[in-house]
Design a protein around this ligand. Sequence first.
Ligand SMILES: CC(C)(COP(=O)(O)OP(=O)(O)OC[C@H]1O[C@@H](n2cnc3c(N)ncnc32)[C@H](O)[C@@H]1OP(=O)(O)O)[C@@H](O)C(=O)NCCC(=O)NCCS
Length: 289
Amino acid sequence: MEPLTELSPAQRARVLSLVSAATDADGASPLNEEAQLLLARPGAWHWLATDGAALAGYAQWQPDNATAQLVVHPAARRRGVGTRLLAALAARTSAPAVWAFRDLPAAHGFAAAAGLVPVRGLLVLAKPLHTVVAPVAPAGVTLRPFMDADADAFLATNAAAFAHHPEQGHFSAADLTARQSEEWWDPAGLVLAEDADGVAGFHWTKRHDADTGEVYVLGVHPRAAGRGLGGVLLQAGLAHLARGDVRRVILYVDADNTAAVRLYERGGFTRDHADVLYGQPVPAEGGIA
Ligand SMILES: CC(C)(COP(=O)(O)OP(=O)(O)OC[C@H]1O[C@@H](n2cnc3c(N)ncnc32)[C@H](O)[C@@H]1OP(=O)(O)O)[C@@H](O)C(=O)NCCC(=O)NCCS
């Protein structure tokens, strides 16, 4: 099975219909936002597993993240389609790691059967939004909405704040433009903290629907760390969402990012569920006793 580097509109429609059938059956989307955007943009490899005329399964490899997302149509499961897609991924990538959103029992069993183990955990935290404390910016810091002229400064601050993050660290101008053409984009929902040296941090919020919002990305430039800006920006973004009548806020954070998890727990967030990245087990260190 050879990968495609782009999908035709008809192939994209078939993948979206498969994703929708799986979402209905599983209660969780098998593709995250980035993978869904990459159905229509260059930057990913795609495998389509067919069963007669029907689309039985789909896998996507993101070279930038070195991770895959994989889904089998609910009507075609337990017939080896997932195993075939994983073999196709393994043939073209060195060691495929596959995301399991919500770590559903089928994904758990599938990964175990393939000899894959959890290599990264992404916590999904949630908080009801009733009352929000108005943010108080530290002296010399202004909180204000994003403007188009801020794009370069925003990208530079993001790159510095997420220098060691596997995905967010290489968020590009093209990635920003793609988000800006999404229906949820709202410049007022991207709050910047500015000091004498420029953009010191930001809280980008995202509106999912009438009731639900997300702490989409919150970052503080390392040069401005230790001044409490993270907490202030968190409150500023939540205040923006509350003004728009959002009642529940979620966020994604790496399970091993203890500083960020602590910031969110202090802000009243609790665990909703976890997404798991399954990959190759790391061989035990060899040694001579
Ligand atoms: C996980 C998923 C991709 C499996 O696809 P599939 O085509 O049904 O998998 P296969 O038929 O190749 O199964 C291979 C083995 O995985 C294990 N497995 C698959 N589904 C399982 C389930 N529901 N429960 C327990 N083990 C399961 C079994 O050991 C199976 O071998 P067997 O059928 O001989 O017992 C599919 O259920 C799916 O699309 N789930 C939603 C998306 C998702 O979670 N993707 C992340 C994958 S890590």
